[in-house]
Design a protein around this ligand. Structure first.
Ligand SMILES: [Zn+2]
Length: 348
């Protein structure tokens, strides 16, 4: 039996058409100006892949190529059990579909789990000076545009500042934090946690909160975002694969894109429901640890509902907003308050 093929001498780029045949246990080829023979056992065939020509490596380094469909099945039948299995799989349509489905699932897993997981690892391990740079740049973008000079009296600010510092001081595993106040009519009663540890309170928020404890309740929630690096995690996740892989490979230029995304993120307030719930839990725990009834959080929410009536409804609005909806957050705060009061009643 003979099949057409191509002969490369392995040294030059010259290609010669040949006829290849098997005679007993040897392979023979013959073309215009080449001819040769090799023991079948001394020839190394390439893997059997549909549509790809076979390459037969000859003992002297030369090669023969045979089109995939021309290869007689018995020439190298016994040489590769795995290849035969692969070839069989490739011929089965159902297996092809399964592999498509597996690939799609793998991509979904990549975007749903692997990238967020990677983004989280990066957010927790980013050098602090980069977080500082991102925070400062974000603030620089917002200052003068969205964040205007505060109109709160100096002594009010100093009082809240001292409260905040004292509260944050004893919290374990908290990155360095500080609080600043801005007048921000565009965003109303709102608070923000920047990547460098800055917590921004708007004048409207300070005015809306009824007392020091409700101020600390909102501060504790923002500190929860700080403690868990929520803004970096959220922005990294939404920046997608390019930034994540860029940072994995040490391409710091991808940080630029991220920094640009932060002010937009802050103003849009798209923390995931999970992150808001995490920050709430953090707030309840730290309030209780400071001897403050988490009911202070309920007071804060109710006060904010008054200045932002739309918060009460499940709408896409800012800050103490729809994720999770205010009613659910209040219910959780009340449960935390109940537990707090029970513990204190027992202790008394
Ligand atoms: Zn939040």
């Amino acid at each position: 039996m003979s099949v057409p093929g191509i002969y490369h001498d392995g040294m030059t780029t010259r290609v010669t058409r040949v006829v290849i045949s098997r005679v007993d246990d040897s392979l023979q080829w013959r073309g215009a100006d080449v001819a040769g023979e090799a023991a079948l056992s001394s020839v190394m065939p390439s893997a059997r892949v549909i549509g790809v020509p076979f390459t037969l490596l000859l003992p002297d380094g030369a090669q023969l190529q045979i089109a995939h469909d021309d290869m007689p099945p018995d020439w190298f039948a016994r040489s590769h059990r795995i290849e035969k299995a692969v070839d069989r799989l490739e011929r089965m349509r159902s297996i092809a579909w399964v592999s498509v489905v597996v690939t799609v699932l793998a991509l979904i897993a990549l975007f749903e789990y692997v990238l967020p997981w990677t983004a989280d690892r990066i957010a927790y391990h980013l050098p602090h000076r980069l977080e500082v740079a991102m925070g400062q740049q974000s603030l620089a973008v917002l200052r003068g545009r969205v964040f205007l000079t505060t109109t709160l009296p100096a002594e009010r600010r100093q009082h809240l500042q001292a409260l905040f510092d004292q509260f944050a001081h004893g919290i374990p595993d908290l990155p360095p934090v500080n609080i600043v106040f801005y007048s921000a009519p565009m965003v109303g009663a709102n608070a923000f946690a920047l990547p460098d540890g800055t917590v921004v309170f708007t004048d409207d928020l300070v005015k809306a909160l009824p007392d020091d404890r409700s101020f600390l309740a909102v501060a504790a929630h923002e500190l929860g975002h700080q403690a868990h690096h929520h803004i970096l995690r959220e922005v990294l996740r939404s920046s997608g694969a390019v930034v994540v892989f860029g940072m994995l490979t040490g391409d710091v230029t991808s940080l630029g894109g991220m920094t640009a995304a932060i002010p937009a993120f802050l103003l849009g307030n798209h923390y995931s429901r999970d992150f808001e719930a995490d920050a709430d839990s953090f707030a309840f725990q730290t309030l209780a640890a400071h001897g403050i009834d988490p009911a202070a959080f309920v007071d804060a929410m109710r006060a904010l509902e008054k200045v932002h009536p739309e918060l009460a409804a499940d709408k896409q609005v800012r800050y103490l907003s729809s994720h999770p909806v205010t009613a659910q957050r209040i219910a959780k705060a009340e449960a935390a308050s109940m537990a707090f009061r029970q513990r204190h009643a027992v202790a008394r």
